[in-house]
Design a protein around this ligand. Structure first.
Ligand code: HEC
Length: 207
């Protein structure tokens, strides 16, 4: 076997073809997706909250990708219309997730807009749902004997309140909640040009 040159050229051609087909073509297709007009870039505080979301691994239990009605009843669960590529225009790295130990969070900001609710839930999920298996994040909060002006005090039932003093949200908790509240892709989906079967996700939603 001494036909090294043709062998090398053939291997490189196969590799180049595969890269074109599996990396470059999909990349170009996704880059051409329109950014929905109602999708706003994250503010600095929301981006900080997003970093905390990533670092705490919320993605291990929460997806951010409601599916179309022909795949799952996500719409009936109140998680919103099926996600489209443009919804993630400002997300890097995206937090699509694969596990749904907890609800999908793609539209949690629209579903649960209360900052006080989120702060209490993050401090102790079981203070809201006794059955919750979500971890609590007490290190995002501190106990203060006398809160200063402007402190966000977490409203807790007696059994979860500290013996003395009050639970106050740290800056990280406030940023994380700002990020959660920004999760709102309830605007109508731009027609999804990735689909060529004439099936629009907007129509699917109203079926
Ligand atoms: C071990 C799995 C797990 C992890 C990790 C986890 N969660 Fe949850 N989460 C759940 C479960 C289960 C629920 C449903 C019960 C509840 O609301 O507490 C939930 C509910 C929620 C809800 C309410 C959603 C709704 O529609 O009712 C929010 C918001 C939320 N989680 C945010 C977070 C954030 C932010 C993080 C990371 C800091 C996180 N979760 C980490 C399991 C998890």
């Amino acid at each position: 076997m001494n036909r090294y040159l043709p062998l090398a050229i053939l291997s490189l051609a196969i590799l180049a073809f595969a890269t074109l087909l599996l990396v470059i073509a999909p990349g170009m297709e996704i880059a051409a997706q329109p950014v929905p007009a109602d999708l706003h870039p994250y503010s600095e505080q929301e981006l900080r909250g997003r970093e905390i979301y990533v670092s705490l691994g919320c993605v291990y239990c929460h997806s951010q990708q409601p599916r179309s009605p022909d795949q799952a009843p996500d719409g009936e669960r109140g998680w919103g219309r099926a996600a489209v590529a443009g919804d993630y225009a400002y997300d890097a790295p995206h937090q699509l997730g694969t596990m749904r130990t907890g609800p999908d969070l793609q539209n949690v900001g629209a579903r649960l807009p209360s900052e006080a609710w989120h702060l209490r839930h993050l401090y102790q999920p079981r203070s809201i749902f006794a059955w919750s298996i979500m971890p609590s994040y007490p290190f995002l909060f501190e106990v203060k004997d006398s809160p200063s002006k402007g402190d966000k005090i977490v409203d807790l039932p007696v059994e979860y309140a500290p013996g003395s003093g009050v639970v106050v949200a740290k800056a990280d908790a406030i940023s994380l909640v700002a990020y959660l509240k920004s999760l709102d892709r309830t605007y109508p989906a731009p027609t999804d040009s990735l689909r060529d079967d004439g099936y629009s996700t907007v129509e699917a939603e109203t079926k």
